[in-house]
Design a protein around this ligand. Structure first.
Ligand SMILES: C[S@@+](CC[C@H](N)C(=O)[O-])C[C@H]1O[C@@H](n2cnc3c(N)ncnc32)[C@H](O)[C@@H]1O
Length: 407
């Protein structure tokens, strides 16, 4: 991300620091469908206030320090929107006037800053998101022309200010997107195997298992290793946001001192460089193992583990899941086997699921298996009864995170 920053207008750095300690603002964290409850728990544990799970989102309040902390340390959100204003919106004219009055634009959007607007939802006279976003843009550039005689450019790729409009229930919420690119991008995954899980979804699936690093964790169809890497990062306190930049670093109220403080706190939590690797309470990290039959995919997984700083914590092997030998357990198995949309794969996949079921029953007695399924017919071939079935949306596919207790 370029180092362009908005011109600071208004309060000084010192007073800003003091203000950051007290002023709280409303936020919405966008989270994967099905992970609202664990996301709310995570955000509350990081200091967010007034936390409320919604649909695909969590409402919360944060001050600047907490806002920075959530971006650095929260593993489950896609993005966190900071509310600028909410206003009644029953027409195009309401939207135009509401946007112009929503913030001190002299401070937030000087003409040299480039911006983008995204929009969701509908209101009377505003049924197309693209049109609503254009209306916000027009309100802002008209305001700028009146004040400065010039206007900002729109930049969809690398804006200085990313605005988000949500319309619904005859009201509008105008927010700033602090992420600067979805938070699932941690910066460690250059390489992607077949159908990789998004990092935040993988982190949420691991959170739902309750795994705490003290018992072995294994993924016998590990692909690019996302579940294992996210689990290791979680267990070793490696904050997901340490290796990337954020949109709010270009905001006019960005507080570099406060940001550095929060980065130091996050860095101090990171135990990934300790040998032997240990949990926050001093217990040793249990084995984390992965297996995949595809050599090229396994190489990608190794590169990803390396880039995430987790290579020492995760043991990867090439092999067929049918030959998987679990470490001494019991522990937790996680996996996301292929569920194949293409014709012709179906029979082979049924055999794979049946063999996987047979393997875990034979060798993983006492373990718990969590399997992400996008196809109930295939999971039937496991010949096991799930004790929990949690609906999860994986990139638009309606899936279930299934829990099986292996006796
Ligand atoms: C959907 S992908 C897993 C994606 C992974 N969760 C990630 O985020 O990258 C399924 C993986 O199963 C592997 N696979 C398929 N059949 C296998 C088998 N019999 N034994 C081991 N791995 C297998 C494929 O090579 C593929 O990498």
């Amino acid at each position: 991300m370029a180092s362009r920053r908005l011109v600071r207008v208004g309060i000084t750095e010192q007073s800003q620091g003091a203000q950051a300690q007290v002023a709280r603002f409303a936020c919405i964290a966008a989270v994967p469908s099905g992970l609202e409850e664990p996301a709310a728990a995570e955000l509350a544990a990081l200091g967010a206030q007034a936390v409320r799970p919604l649909r695909r989102a969590v409402a919360l309040e944060a001050d600047l320090a907490c806002f920075y902390r959530l971006h650095l340390q929260a593993r489950l959100p896609f993005r966190i929107l900071r509310q600028l204003a909410r206003f009644p919106c029953r027409s195009r004219q309401d939207l135009y006037a509401g946007v112009q009055a929503a913030a001190d634009w002299q401070r937030w959007l000087p003409p040299e800053a480039r911006f983008r607007v995204d929009s969701t939802g509908t209101a009377p006279g505003l049924s197309h998101s693209h049109f609503s976003a254009l209306e916000v843009k027009n309100a802002l550039v008209d305001w700028q022309r009146q004040h400065w005689g010039e206007r900002s450019s729109v930049d969809l790729e690398d804006p200085d200010l990313a605005l988000h409009l949500h319309l619904g229930g005859e009201g509008a919420i105008l927010s700033l997107d602090g992420s600067g690119g979805s938070l699932h991008r941690r910066g460690y995954r250059a390489a992607m195997g077949l159908a990789p899980l998004k990092e935040n979804l993988a982190a949420g699936l691991v959170a739902l298992t309750g795994w705490d690093g003290s018992v072995p964790l294994a993924d016998p169809l590990c692909g690019s290793g996302t579940l294992l890497i996210e689990a290791a990062c979680q267990a070793l306190g490696r904050a997901p946001g340490l290796g990337r930049s954020f949109g709010f670093e270009r905001w006019p109220d960005f507080d570099p001192l406060l940001w550095q403080q929060e980065r130091q706190v996050a860095l101090a939590l990171d135990r990934s460089a300790l040998r032997p690797a240990s949990l926050a309470d001093g217990r040793p990290l249990a084995p984390i193992v992965g297996l995949d039959q595809d050599q090229a995919v396994l190489e990608q997984a190794k590169n990803n583990c390396q880039a995430a700083g987790m290579a020492a914590a995760i043991e990867l092997q090439r092999g067929d899941c049918r030959d998987f030998q679990p470490p001494q357990g019991p522990g937790i198995l996680v996996c996301n086997p292929p569920y194949g949309e293409r014709l012709g794969q179906r029979d082979q996949l049924e055999v794979l699921y049946a063999d996987l079921g047979a393997m875990v029953k034979e060798r993983c007695s006492g373990w718990t298996l969590w399997l992400l399924s996008g196809n109930p017919e295939l999971t039937g071939a496991l010949r096991m009864k799930a004790s929990r079935r949690i609906p999860i949306n994986n990139g638009g596919i309606d899936c279930r995170w299934l829990k099986y207790e292996l006796r």
